[in-house]
Design a protein around this ligand. Sequence first.
Ligand SMILES: [Zn+2]
Length: 201
Amino acid sequence: MYLPELIYPSKEGGSKEITCVVCGWKGKGFDFSFSDNFVGWGFMKAGNGLCPSCYQFFKNQDIRKKHFLATTNGIQFLKKEGIRQVLNDLPEPPFFLYITQSHQKQGWIGDLNKVSMSREHFYISTDFTESAIFTSKAEVDTLFKLYDEALELGLSKTEMSTGVFKITSYQKAEKQGKMELLNRVQEKAHMPIWEVIVYVG
Ligand SMILES: [Zn+2]
């Protein structure tokens, strides 16, 4: 299943016989008109148009600019503060979660076929990791716990994501007997899923 189809399941409304360059669907669709600075050509299939689902999808600018959760009930745009809640209480599959830092890039362009079919093991698509992250509920829960501990110690998000700590953080950790916490954070530094947790935490 492709993301555009999840959000816009209807295949009605097209007028030209096409093969969709995004999902490969054949039938009545639309000419495509991507802007000159469209960066997704490398992900396109052989074809000559867009199916009604993909046409609607690329027309919606919010999909590029906002965090969102897509399910069979449609698309829900999220505030950054609401993402952790979604990760704590994942919806009924199929679903697709997208997190953006740039609010510009089409970060999902290479991930359109990464619709999650399970709450236990699922994808997170972002515009700041190379490709969709495949993770598990257990991993996400563990990392949020680590994040909360690190926050309680007073580590900044930068310290958490780089694993490079200030002298004062070392001093605090030593005083509180939490040097192993610093080690655990350091182990996660630069892991794509940890980047996500620190960003939305
Ligand atoms: Zn399509």
